[in-house]
Every structure is written in C-alpha cells, then in structure tokens.
Design a protein around this ligand. Structure first.
Ligand SMILES: *[C@@H]1O[C@H](CO)[C@@H](O)[C@H](O)[C@H]1NC(C)=O
Length: 324
C-alpha cells in the first residue's frame, strides 16, 4: 500500500518535472506601457521559451515597448499621438512637484491622476474599436490572459472574452489588490496608503486610518471612472471595480514585505518582488565615482556619530557620578 502510494507520488513528481510542452498553453498578454513592461517582458520571454504560445497585444503608439522574436506581437491602431500621452504624463509629474497648500495639493493630484488614467484607458477603447484585432483575439481560443491591470484594460478584455486571467503588477491604488482577493484587513494594524502610519498606530492614527479607508471606497471609482463606464457598456451590465478584478485567478505581485508592512494575504497571491531587477545595466562611469564618494561620506558620518555617542555617554556617566 505504502509502496503503491509512493509510486504514484513519484509518477506525479516525474510528470511535474517533464519539460513544458506537455502542458503548454496559449496565452494572451495585455501589458501596460512604459517601464512596467520591462519586468513583464522577462516573464513573457521565459513563458514562450518553455513552449507556451504567447501573443502580446500592444497599441501602435506607446513608450518603451521593446519586443523580441520569441513571441507574437499584435498591434492595434490608436487615435492618440505620442505627444498627447507625453502631455498627460508630464502634467501628472508636474502635479507631484508643485508645492500647493492642503487641500489644493490633494485635489490637484487627484485631478491629474484621473486625467492620466482616462488618457491611457483611451488606448483600450481604441483596442475594442479595432474590429479586426478583436476578431483575431476572439478567434484565437486563448487559455488565459496575463495582464498588468494598472489601467484596467486587460481585466476588461479578459472579462469580455470570458477568459481566466492572471494579474502581474506592483499594486493598485485604494488597496484594491488586497480587497480584490478578499484579504482580511483590520484597520487597527494595516496602515492605509497615504496615511504614512506604521503597523503600530496610536488611537488618533487609527482614526485617521479608518477615515482613509472610507475614502478608499470611493476615490478609485474616480481614477477608473472611464474604465468603469466603458466596461459596463462592453459587458452590458453595471460593473464595479471589484467585479472587474475580484475574479483574477492569480495575483503575481511585484513586491514583498521588505517594502510593505506584513499583513494577511490569500493563497492566490504570489510575491515576485525583485523580478524587476533581472534586467540590470552597469552604472555609467560618473555614477560609480559618485557612489564611491557617497560611501566615503557615509563612513565619515558614521565616525562622527560614533564620536558624538561616545561624548554623550561620557557626559551621562559624569552626570550619574555627580548624582551619586
Ligand atoms: C466570439 O466569437 C464567437 C463565435 O464566433 C461569438 O459567438 C462570440 O459572441 C464572440 N465573443 C465576443 C466577445 O465577441
């Protein structure tokens, strides 16, 4: 009996160890433009090396969407120019750099974020408008969608094509990447984004945390307003953000609990932090010298600090002696 059990264990193990084509699938990749693609591309390349058939769908106009021979790229026409995309993003960056008083700063940030989300989601609407592309996508019988859902295009498309989907991402605003998989999220020790609290909060900080959590229920609806309106139209029902994201099969999250406070997570959340460091370049020459100078400065500062501590300690001992 034991032997039999063991045999089946071994055959299962052997099955798992077989090189991939046995279980190879057909994967549709919906990336996000810009730097997000840099880390996703590594993964997509590996997937196709392992024998999966990969199709990456991309807008004709975008940033830094370098591609390689190992997968098929399907581009779709878009209405916006590169200048329009650049403009929206530059406004967004400028809003972060402006020194406005509260609450003008928050309003400004909110408006510029809304604008960036709307502008980039425009590319998704163009994808749906391209009947030719949509026909190819629907006719290709993919097994799953892998997407960076920051602008919500991949989630909308996967829901539209009724395909299971996997998220590959750094995180959503509004803690959506914890609410989507239904993680427990006690307000008393899970600090909300923008609260700048830690996982140990005073009573007032907890109150602040609770207020921010209330806002979280609403402010993403603003960021994703356009995406929500459009997906409701496409899916022909009223769609909420949770409807769009909560059925993700797996959440591949590009961070770990070195950056974030530890918190309860669900079994379909997989932490792949550091994957974005796979592609590295040597620092330019000037940078190396600057880094070395930085190290020297740090050393000097350490020494000064140590001297000061020693002096303070001496003072303390002296005080102690006087008290005696
Ligand atoms: C995909 O194609 C099938 C069969 O041609 C059709 O019935 C279905 O409505 C299409 N789905 C979408 C989302 O267009």
């Amino acid at each position: 009996m034991d032997l039999k059990l063991c045999c089946s264990c071994i055959s299962l193990l052997l099955l798992l160890l077989l090189p991939c084509p046995v279980g190879a699938g057909k994967l549709l990749v919906v990336p996000m433009v810009g730097s997000h693609w840099l880390s996703m591309q590594e993964v997509v390349e590996k997937l196709s090396q392992r024998g999966h058939e990969v199709v990456v769908v991309m807008p004709e106009v975008s940033w830094q969407m370098e591609t390689s021979q190992s997968y098929r790229v399907l581009t779709h026409p878009v209405t916006q120019t590169l200048e329009e995309l650049d403009g929206a993003f530059q406004d967004y960056v400028a809003a972060h750099l402006q020194d406005l008083p509260f609450p003008l700063n928050v309003l400004k940030l909110y408006r510029s974020s809304e604008n960036v989300f709307r502008t980039f989601f425009g590319q998704c609407k163009d994808l749906f408008r391209s009947q030719e592309t949509m026909k190819v996508l629907n006719g290709s019988s993919f097994d799953a969608v892998l997407t960076d859902p920051a602008f919500m295009c991949g989630a909308t498309l996967a829901n539209h094509l009724s395909l299971p989907f996997i998220f590959f991402m750094r995180g959503f605003p509004c803690s959506l990447h914890y609410d989507g998989p239904q993680c427990p999220s006690p307000l008393s020790y899970i600090p909300r984004l923008f609260s700048f609290n830690s996982d140990r909060m005073s009573f007032l900080q907890r109150v602040e945390n609770a207020l921010l959590a209330l806002l979280e229920l609403k402010y993403c609806d603003g960021f994703y307003g356009e995406a929500l309106r459009f997906s409701s139209e496409v899916l022909q029902r009223d769609v909420s953000l949770m409807d769009l994201v909560s059925s993700a099969s797996i959440w591949l999250l590009r961070f770990d609990f070195v950056f974030e406070y530890v918190r309860p997570v669900m079994p379909n959340m997989v932490f792949v932090g550091g994957i974005n460091c796979a592609k590295k370049k040597a620092l330019p020459k000037g940078e190396e010298t600057r880094k070395e100078e930085g190290r020297q400065d740090e050393k000097r500062r350490d020494e000064t600090r140590r001297d000061e501590t020693r002096r303070d300690e001496t003072k303390e001992t002296r005080k102690g002696e006087k008290r005696k």
